[in-house]
Design a binder for this molecule. Structure first.
Ligand SMILES: C[S@@+](CC[C@H](N)C(=O)[O-])C[C@H]1O[C@@H](n2cnc3c(N)ncnc32)[C@H](O)[C@@H]1O
Length: 224
């Protein structure tokens, strides 16, 4: 089965995400910018980077190597057109995070925003653990369920409806278990609420080793 993401035009996706009913694009970039300011990594990867939402934040704080990975080759080509001339150290790869990944030099921070909803989580996390340096960070942003609302917000862009066939909201507790099994320890978790009422979880993990570690963060553990 073809992944529906490869058939969604970037313009449809970006207009959907920027529409007032959805309003998520800005939040995703702002959270990325805040992580860059708090942790000051010099090397960063965005998994499921689409057309480069948030790349400008990395350029602003002087990240020296910025890796963007997406399954849609056209998104990667558009991101290249937009940013290759202005962001030194930009490295873009069309790859499936739950498939055979290219052999990439590991980075200090991996940001995976709204991508676990579309993949086999343990498989993707194993690949992400290879992309992350020992002691490096993984920031994972998940959409939380909203009562009475569809997971994919209704929008005029028909191409996005195809996502309903593969999208699955991932409970933060499930991500935590899989992340620990992949060698990550949870450092923090917070909930983000948009004006629309939609909520998101942002979990920050550190790659401690290849061995499972107990999470001492009760807030993180108690989210289901
Ligand atoms: C909901 S979008 C999130 C995009 C981005 N993080 C943002 O700030 O707008 C999910 C992205 O993940 C990509 N994606 C989905 N499945 C993937 C996979 N298996 N491997 C790599 N990228 C994937 C999609 O093509 C899409 O660009």
């Amino acid at each position: 089965m073809n992944n529906p993401w490869v058939a969604i035009p970037l313009a449809d996706y970006e207009r959907h995400m920027a529409s007032p009913a959805v309003g998520q694009a800005e939040m995703l970039a702002l959270e990325f910018g805040a992580l860059l300011k708090s942790h000051a990594p010099k090397t960063v990867a965005l998994v499921g980077c689409a057309g480069g939402n948030g790349f400008d934040k990395a350029a602003e704080v002087g990240v020296s190597r910025l890796v963007g990975i997406d399954i849609n080759a056209r998104y990667i080509a558009d991101a290249k057109d937009r940013y290759a001339d202005t962001i030194p150290g930009l490295e873009l790869h069309c790859a499936d995070i739950q498939g055979d990944m290219p052999d990439l030099q590991a980075v200090e921070l991996v940001y995976a925003a709204l991508v676990f909803e579309y993949v086999d989580v343990p498989v993707a996390l194993r690949n992400i653990s290879r992309l992350c340096r020992p002691n490096g960070l993984l920031a994972a942003l998940l959409q939380l369920p909203k009562q009475g609302a569809d997971a994919v917000t209704h929008s005029p862009f028909a191409s996005l409806k195809e996502l309903n066939s593969i999208m699955r909201l991932v409970p933060p507790g499930e991500l935590l278990d899989s992340a620990e099994a992949a060698g990550f320890a949870c450092l923090s978790q917070k909930t983000i609420t948009l004006q629309s009422g939609k909520q998101f979880s942002l979990q920050l993990f550190r790659l401690t080793s290849g061995l499972p570690t107990g999470c001492r963060n009760h807030f993180c553990r108690n989210r289901t």
